[in-house]
Design a protein around this ligand. Structure first.
Ligand code: FUC
Length: 828
């Protein structure tokens, strides 16, 4: 009896220990399932930036869907329609005369909805194909699990057949640049399978020779462009025991102890204007470098490289029993259970996707990151730069993945060259610009016609990312390198701004508030709020950059003069932040784009402390637009509610995001697929990144002249720890909080300089004295540009939202210094 009692106590201790160990940060974070994927939205993504794959985890039939980031339809070349300057001038005239419908009609004629002859509206990101594996006799299995461990970026499948346990381990190696799968079994000599490869690409060939599978193909053609990206995928199995037989187009392996598959892919793409590469040589280069490496060593190095990024940030919001359930069940049950660990998993999954999808030297993540099975994916899986591409990169700086921002910077550099054609031909302006879409070939002209495409602001928004990188890293060399791009972007707006007739403000015209309309099918306008905010940021950043580098005094003066004449923000009749120059907003407008709130996030032109009227107005606009929408729209809303310091509403949006995605892959109701991919619907990766950024913004913000710790904590996150978030000024922040109050804040200063901390609770400095903040923050990387006083409609009845009182401290830091702040004894 005694022994039984002891045993029971031990069991209890063990259960409690294992349960507790789950809740510690540092435990493996996993997506896992007890069935193979029934469709693509259940398959699991791996990637190393250049290559990407979706793993279905089938037992008798496995499919690995393959992508390579430069397989796009078409060929080099821009898409600028000739002789449109006169039409643009006429459209401007009509807008300023208030003849908006006529302006829209003319714009629709000058820029037709379908690409006119000789022009293209952007190319498609396309798949390479599928690796197929058949395991005869593996139809009926037991003890099945498949998982994606995002702590080490390895995916596994495991099951039993006839008392033999089969394991597959797979990763896209950050080390050797190939995709590797190892198949093993608990009994020697039990691995037998047939390997095949196929592609949906129309031009292709599959062959099996020298114990290798080889797939070659050419990308598709669309609009006026011929598909010219050639690719080659090579699959090379390494066997331990057993034998391999080469058939026509398959490889048959039998009786092996283990099989390790190396998948290497090359294309002829060198850069946006050069496709003279040799796909076969590139595939072979990666393969021959990978093959001699030992599997275990490659895996260890891959994991090490991955962890270098991933481990920089940990988030512990607590764990409940839900965490032990399969991931799809957790998504299904999220609204009816308490599952804070699913939020931290989802947050970290966004970081996983960035590490796996955006590596230095490669392409930036597109609408589907790098994961796409279709020849004609939704919106071509291009770069939509009136929100989606930028959203992909919101987590880059704040979640400590700064180097992975690089592919976006490279694309901006390319666009600053190709965009000179659109600036000069379409607008007779200097500098560069791009409209609302671009692709692998760096097109810069309008896409999808006058209604969607007449938005010459893509460069204005994209270049904000160059600035974010600088103010988070303080990297002057980087600033020097990108300065010409910032200057040339500012030059475009110096040239292109028009004086509007009523207030004589300088505005962009024609343009639009992305994809929204103020009259039936009429969206064309001048001086939309978002445009004004963007130009304000382009000019302000440029002025700060020129000052930091001590350059171009004369041009800076010109930019300053133009900046003075931009329109102020306006509060309209409903107390809303006006979307357009005129008070045209409708309170029942539920459009997914809420572009005029750019100034609230990611911009920093709306603050509860500096501009309370705008803060209230932005809040009213957001309330009017409602919560439920497309995935990316909800992702944006998490960030907005965080900036509005309403943690509960931000959390509500996260919960909306974590509802199961609709079966039908269309419409405007987003959610989450079983594999945690965001549903627009269909799958679109931006919502993943938007939410990841939003969670970080709920915990730390640094856009408003100070580092605000825990600015938007929801009631449900009473206790927690976050480590490794990065703020402007190069400060790394760790926070442990209890009962909604920050217990300790660890600040690591990379660059030195004044660290201004803002908190709802009084703080003390461990081992020193913490001074209350005085005057403006002397840290130039946290400088805020003064906005104009807003204009407020006489009709506006504004609700005055109570903002919680804050305390601010100044801490003089040294580069490399570590500082611990603690909750003041009076607050405990
Ligand atoms: C914009 C959005 C759509 C979609 C597309 C890719 O056009 O309005 O919702 O996200 O981009």
């Amino acid at each position: 009896m005694m022994i039984l009692k002891r045993l029971l106590i031990w069991c209890l201790v063990l259960v409690l220990w294992s349960f507790n160990s789950w809740s510690q940060s540092g435990q493996p974070l996993k997506l896992w399932y007890d069935k193979p994927a029934a469709n693509w939205n259940e398959a699991l993504p791996i990637g190393n930036g250049r290559l990407a794959a979706m793993i279905f985890g089938g037992t008798d039939k496995e499919r690995i869907q393959l992508n390579e980031e430069t397989v796009w339809s078409g060929e080099p070349g821009n898409n600028i329609i000739d002789n449109v300057y006169d039409s643009i001038q006429q459209i401007r005239g009509l807008i300023f005369e208030g003849r908006y419908k006529e302006a829209q009609d003319l714009s629709n004629r000058a820029f037709p909805r379908q690409a006119p002859k000789g022009i293209n509206y952007g190319m498609q990101y396309q798949p390479v194909g599928n690796l197929t594996l058949s395991f005869p006799g593996h139809e009926n299995t037991s003890a099945y699990t498949r998982e994606l461990n995002i702590s080490d970026a390895i995916s596994t499948v495991s099951y039993e057949v006839n008392d033999i346990t089969y394991n597959r381990e797979m990763f896209a190696s950050l080390n050797s640049g190939v995709i590797i799968m190892r198949i093993s079994a608990s009994k020697p000599g039990s691995v037998s399978l047939e390997l095949g490869i196929n592609t949906p690409q129309r031009i292709n060939s599959v062959s099996a020779k020298d114990k290798r599978l080889i797939l070659t193909g050419t990308s598709g053609s669309s609009d006026n462009k011929t598909g010219k990206v050639r690719f080659e995928a090579v699959v090379h199995p390494l066997l331990e025991g057993g034998k391999i037989v080469t058939r026509d187009s398959t490889l048959v392996i039998s009786g092996a102890n283990t099989v390790t598959l190396y998948i290497s892919i090359g294309t002829n793409y060198k850069n946006y204007q050069d496709i003279s590469g040799n796909p076969s040589a590139i595939a072979m280069k990666y393969l021959s470098a990978a093959l001699p490496k030992k599997y275990a060593a490659d895996k260890a190095l891959h994991t090490k490289l991955y962890k270098k990024y991933f481990d920089r940030v940990t988030l512990d919001l607590g764990t409940t029993a839900q965490a032990s359930k399969p991931t799809n069940t957790r998504v299904e049950e999220f609204s009816s259970t308490s599952d804070p660990q699913l939020v931290s998993l989802y947050f970290q999954f966004g970081r996983y996707l960035m590490i796996s999808g955006s590596q230095p030297g490669g392409q930036p993540t597109n609408l589907q990151g790098k994961w796409n099975e279709k020849l004609s994916p939704p919106w071509d899986s291009k770069y939509t730069i009136n929100i989606n591409t930028e959203m992909n990169y919101w987590p880059a700086e704040i979640t400590n993945l700064s180097e992975l921002h690089q592919p976006l910077f490279d694309m901006i550099k390319d666009l600053s060259i190709t965009g000179q054609e659109s600036a000069s031909k379409m607008y007779h302006a200097r500098g560069w610009n791009v409209h609302h879409n671009t692709d692998l070939w760096r097109i810069t002209g309008p896409v999808d016609g006058g209604f969607y495409g007449m938005w010459p602001m893509g460069g204005a928004w994209l270049t904000q990312h160059l600035w974010y990188h600088y103010i988070h890293t303080g990297d002057k060399q980087f600033l020097q390198k990108v300065y010409p791009i910032l200057k040339s972007c500012a030059t475009f707006y110096v040239d292109v701004l028009q004086e509007e007739p009523t207030n004589k403000w300088l505005v962009v015209a024609p343009s639009m508030s992305p994809e929204n309309s103020y009259q039936n099918s009429v969206g064309i306008s001048a001086g939309t709020t978002m445009d004004n905010q963007l130009v304000f940021d382009v000019f302000s950043n440029y002025i700060k950059a020129a000052a930091a580098l001590n350059l171009d005094k004369n041009f800076t003066d010109t930019v300053k003069m133009k900046l003075e004449r931009l329109p102020p923000m306006q509060v309209g009749q409903y107390g809303q932040l006006q979307e357009w120059l005129q008070d045209w907003d409708k309170p029942n407008d539920r459009h997914r784009h809420i572009s005029h709130l750019y100034g609230l996030f990611p911009g920093n032109q709306v603050s509860p402390y500096r501009s309370p009227a705008l803060f209230n107005a932005a809040r009213t606009s957001l309330i009017n637009r409602g919560d439920k929408s497309t995935g990316w729209s909800m992702g944006w809303k998490v960030n907005w509610w965080a900036r509005l310091q309403d943690g509960n509403r931000a959390y509500k949006l996260i919960a909306d995001q974590l509802t199961p995605a609709p079966i039908e892959e269309k419409g405007q109701n987003g959610g989450t697929y079983p594999n945690l991919f965001d549903a627009h619907p269909p799958f679109q990766i931006d919502g993943n990144f938007g939410c990841t950024s939003g969670v970080a913004e709920m915990l730390v913000q640094s856009h408003d002249g100070a580092i605000h710790v825990l600015p938007a904590l929801p009631d449900v996150w009473a206790n927690g720890t976050v480590k490794g978030l990065v703020t402007r000024g190069g400060f790394t922040i760790d926070i442990t909080w209890k009962d909604h109050k920050p217990l300790t804040i660890k600040i690591t200063s990379k660059l030195g300089g004044n660290c201004r901390i803002r908190s709802f609770d009084a703080l003390t400095l461990k081992g020193g004295k913490l001074n209350k903040a005085t005057g403006a923050n002397t840290n130039r990387l946290m400088e805020i540009a003064e906005i104009k006083q807003p204009l407020i409609s006489a009709k506006a009845k504004q609700e005055n939202v109570k903002v919680k009182k804050v305390v601010e401290y100044d801490l003089a830091t040294k580069a490399g210094g570590v500082y611990i702040l603690e909750l003041s004894a009076i607050q405990k």
